[in-house]
Design a protein. Sequence first.
Length: 180
Amino acid sequence: MAEATAIRMPVEKVAPDTIRLERTLDAPVATVWRYLVEGELRGQWFAGGSDARADGDLDLVFDHDNLSSDDVPYPAEYASHKGAVNHEKVVRLEPERVLAFTFGEGRNGVATFELLPEGERTRLVLTHSGIQSPTGDLDFGSGWNSHLTVLEEKLAGRSVPDFWALHTRSREAVRRAFEG
């Protein structure tokens, strides 16, 4: 049995409709930037689709089968989302510095990624604001926490054996953090 990927918990609720996550990644800014804006690379940790372009459309294609190194079943509760395409808008793009796009086809705010160089590493700050869902802080907090963990592992040359197990553990950790 593969070792479980550790849960990182730097998820903060900074306003009623806003969460913030931060990671220090084992890759230079140029590499992390490519994993944010290139659809093929983004699909290895979050959602594939089109490349991000300044003031352009951004299609996010969700197929989380790509996120686990082991062959794991897609949970029934998420099956309807498999292959779903969200049509988003890039609202800010400053190469190798900031990427921001709408989320949930504009119904659930804006996800903003900021990259800060730290030598050969990169500090990534993700702020998701304008969340409208009543359970959004938990849903997006655990989702982003899981996806950023996959990105962190990928950039460090490791893999995540079972994304769905990671997501379940992340959801419980975020729930405990927000309740406590």
